[in-house]
Design a protein around this ligand. Structure first.
Ligand code: SF4
Length: 284
């Protein structure tokens, strides 16, 4: 699951210094989006996702779900990193001046976090460890949204909401064919929008949308009409708004060479249409 500004993925794969060595589930990045340090939780160290987005930056992505998590190890790793941030010199060593502050903890790994059989346990663990370290930062779930109708996932998201967390929920296309093209998975759009509505009732939820050109062509007029109509529907719900962006970094998927970023003006025109149906838009 991608983050709009792309920083998270880049540092995950290139960070070889001692803070990351030996850690399986936990990492830290300097995030331009967050204007500070973001701690990441990766529940998919097996690079498995139930979707296969053409722009995905996970190397060696495979179809599947997250493996069982060693919760004791997750707790140890998170405690070690949080201690280093709170009491150690992590921020001074790792973050540039002006960014030396912990901004959030994000479930954002090499696959879909809610596909982990231990997602709910991991959510409770992260909330408990932040409280134990007296850290009052939000926990962000970055998800493709496809499993948010599962009771255990929805309940955990509700607990995130109660604890001040938030969700970024992926909608890249609002037709089954469009989703098959960009997410590698035909989508029941009505059911997907219903999942977004459902979780937005218990946790602040933003739609995260990546639009790309494939072989030089942006999504066609029919695709865009369907997308704007979907956002109009969600504008009636408690969904807070849309984070809209285009390709930030090269894809690691076979389609990489066929993809290109859409121009800023194109994104601004789409943002204006979405705002026109009553949805706030943040352009990355
Ligand atoms: S949802 Fe898409 S972008 Fe996110 S990990 Fe899965 S395949 Fe990659």
């Amino acid at each position: 699951v991608e983050e709009a500004d792309g920083t998270r993925r880049q540092l995950t794969v290139s960070d070889h210094d001692r803070d990351a060595t030996g850690m399986r589930y936990v990492y830290a990045v300097v995030s331009r989006r967050a204007q500070g340090v973001s701690v990441g939780i990766n529940l998919n160290p097996n690079n498995a996702c139930n979707w296969r987005c053409v722009y995905c930056q996970v190397p060696d992505l495979v179809r599947g779900q997250g493996p069982p998590i060693d919760l004791a190890r997750l707790e140890r790793e998170l405690d070690q990193l949080l201690r280093d941030i709170v009491d150690g010199d992590f921020l001074a060593r790792r973050a540039p001046e002006g960014m030396r502050v912990l901004r959030d903890v994000a479930f954002s790994g090499n696959g879909e976090p809610t596909s982990s059989p231990n997602f709910a346990d991991a959510t409770d663990l992260v909330l408990a460890r932040l409280a134990a370290h007296d850290l009052h930062v939000p926990v962000t779930l970055i998800t493709n949204g496809s499993l948010c109708n599962k009771a255990a996932v929805g309940d955990a998201i509700g607990r995130l909401g109660t604890a001040g967390g938030r969700v970024w929920f992926k909608v890249d296309a609002a037709t089954a064919a469009g989703a098959a093209r960009i997410n590698g998975q035909p989508l029941n759009v009505a059911a997907h929008l219903e999942r977004a509505r459902h979780i937005s009732a218990s946790c602040p939820t933003w739609i995260q949308t990546c639009m790309v050109a494939l072989d030089g062509a942006p999504p066609d007029a029919g695709e865009l009409d369907a997308y704007v109509a979907a956002m109009a529907e969600l504008a009636e719900s408690r969904v807070r708004g849309v984070l809209l962006y285009s390709l930030a970094r090269p894809s690691f998927q076979p389609e990489a060479e066929r993809l290109s970023a859409l121009p800023r003006e194109w994104l601004e025109a789409l943002a204006a249409r979405v705002r026109g149906v009553g949805m706030a838009v943040d352009l990355a």
